[in-house]
Design a protein around this ligand. Structure first.
Ligand code: GUN
Ligand code: ZN
Length: 429
């Protein structure tokens, strides 16, 4: 066992933050040979129970849960910052040509390493990730994640139509490949598989049906896709699936809405869609930097909270502009303020942080496993430096409340704020 003494940030069941100015985090072996949090709380209350356990004292630092990125594309690491009129030209002109390069296994492995370096530098210890349509792009990301002990959930993209040569797959083969990848990777160590139809326009009905059948057969694998991101895309789906009530209900019709299903964006929704999300246990991956960059629109926080479906935060790199959870939380704050419905909501810094940690974990069905620093959670945690830059040091020193402290970090923080990253109890950064 080993213990860390510093300020300690964690989350209660009601999504509020708990903060111990002088905290203790005790890490030790759990089941499966994994490292877990054995205890977390006030130093004064816990220290006596752990005499003899070596303690690393980190005065002035903050221990916080590793961030969880609920939607990110590893092969789009180099697509960040590619401007386009909107989603569909961005896919056609930048994303599909770039993803076609992942036919080369060595190239995919190289980008997987860069991608994981970026996640860790930014304090992201778990992600739900898209690969490309090439099955070995999944092998590349899974191998690289396994070597670092990361809890990574990922899948091969399904896209058998409206996609150019180089990324388009074949219906039957894509489903055979998906099943083989599930059997190879799902549940191996900390890895999980996600069935990954790219989005309804790029999948034939036969492919969506096959994806739904696999989702029924493998009930504990994840499902990830995109929905209701962009108005042109929504119009296109209406033409392609004229019988469907809405874009979201296309996925329902193929058995693709359930617990452990996570849909990126969920912007152009009505209340029937929101109730469908809630009633099926489906979660939204809110991707504010992507939505602002591609001009897609604003996630409706008021609607999501009123109807009550699960959501969490995501970078959506490379539509998204940053791997940094601080940048994503700040963009989410802007989106809440601007809103779809006036006057908008002023999201609290505690809630923003929860959306990228414990809330994102809940959206994955991994509440109490990752995204928090409570006894029993896996030992993925960060050491934050609230003095990482001169202005941040001034602001955090003057913070009189927890909300002021967290807002200073959200507004001024970046990768420099992430001093150390522990994954499965081991320092990776
Ligand atoms: N819709 C279908 N594919 C994509 C993608 O790669 N990124 C985003 N943001 N939306 C999509
Ligand atoms: Zn995406």
């Amino acid at each position: 066992m080993h213990a860390y003494r510093a300020a300690l940030l964690s989350f209660a069941d009601d999504a509020s933050a708990c903060y111990e100015q002088d905290g203790l985090l005790v890490v030790g072996p759990g089941g499966d040979g994994r490292k877990v949090i054995r205890a977390a709380g006030a130093y004064g209350a816990l220290a006596g129970n752990y005499e003899g356990v070596p303690v690393t004292h980190l005065p002035g630092k903050i221990l916080a849960p590793g961030f969880v990125d609920l939607h990110v594309h590893f092969p789009q690491t180099d697509v960040i910052g590619s401007p386009a009129e909107g989603l569909l030209p961005w896919l056609e002109n930048y994303t599909f040509p770039h993803e076609s390069r992942f036919a080369d296994h060595a190239y995919a492995l190289g980008v997987a390493q860069v991608f994981l370096d970026e996640l860790l530098r930014n304090g992201v210890t778990s992600a739900l990730a898209f690969c490309t349509s090439h099955p070995h792009s999944v092998d590349a990301l899974m191998q690289a994640s396994e070597a670092r002990g990361l809890r990574m959930i990922a899948g091969k993209v399904l896209q058998d139509r409206h996609s150019p040569d180089g990324v388009r797959d074949q219906t039957q083969q894509s489903l055979v490949d998906t099943e083989a990848l599930i059997r190879r990777w799902h549940g191996r160590g900390r890895l999980g598989y996600a069935i990954t139809p790219r989005f309804a326009p790029s999948c034939s009905e036969a492919q969506l049906r096959g994806a739904g059948e696999l989702a029924a057969q493998f009930a504990d694998v994840w499902i990830q896709s995109h929905v209701a991101e962009n108005r042109d895309e929504v119009r296109w789906v209406r033409e392609l699936f004229p019988a469907a009530r809405s874009y979201l209900s296309v996925y329902e019709d193929f058995g693709l809405l359930r617990e452990r299903a996570v849909y990126a964006h969920c912007i152009h929704f009505d209340d029937t869609d929101r109730a469908l999300m809630r009633d099926t246990g489906t979660a939204a991956a809110v991707s504010p930097t992507s939505n602002l960059f591609l001009g897609s629109g604003f996630f409706d926080y008021e609607g999501a909270m009123r109807v009550g479906f699960r959501f969490g935060l995501a970078s959506d790199v490379g539509g998204g502009t940053s791997f940094s959870p601080f940048h994503t939380m700040l963009a989410a704050y802007y989106v809440g303020r601007e809103g779809q419905t006036k006057p908008g909501v002023s999201l609290s810094p505690q809630h923003l942080w929860w959306q990228h940690t414990a809330g994102a974990a809940q959206a994955l069905g991994l509440g109490g496993v990752i995204g928090n620093l409570r006894a029993g959670c896996e030992a993925d945690f960060l050491v934050l430096d609230p003095k990482a830059t001169p202005l941040l040091a001034r602001k955090t020193a003057a913070a009189a409340t927890l909300d002021e402290l967290l807002f200073s970090l959200i507004v001024l923080g970046d990768d420099r704020t992430i001093e150390q990253v522990f994954v499965d109890g081991a320092a990776l950064l």
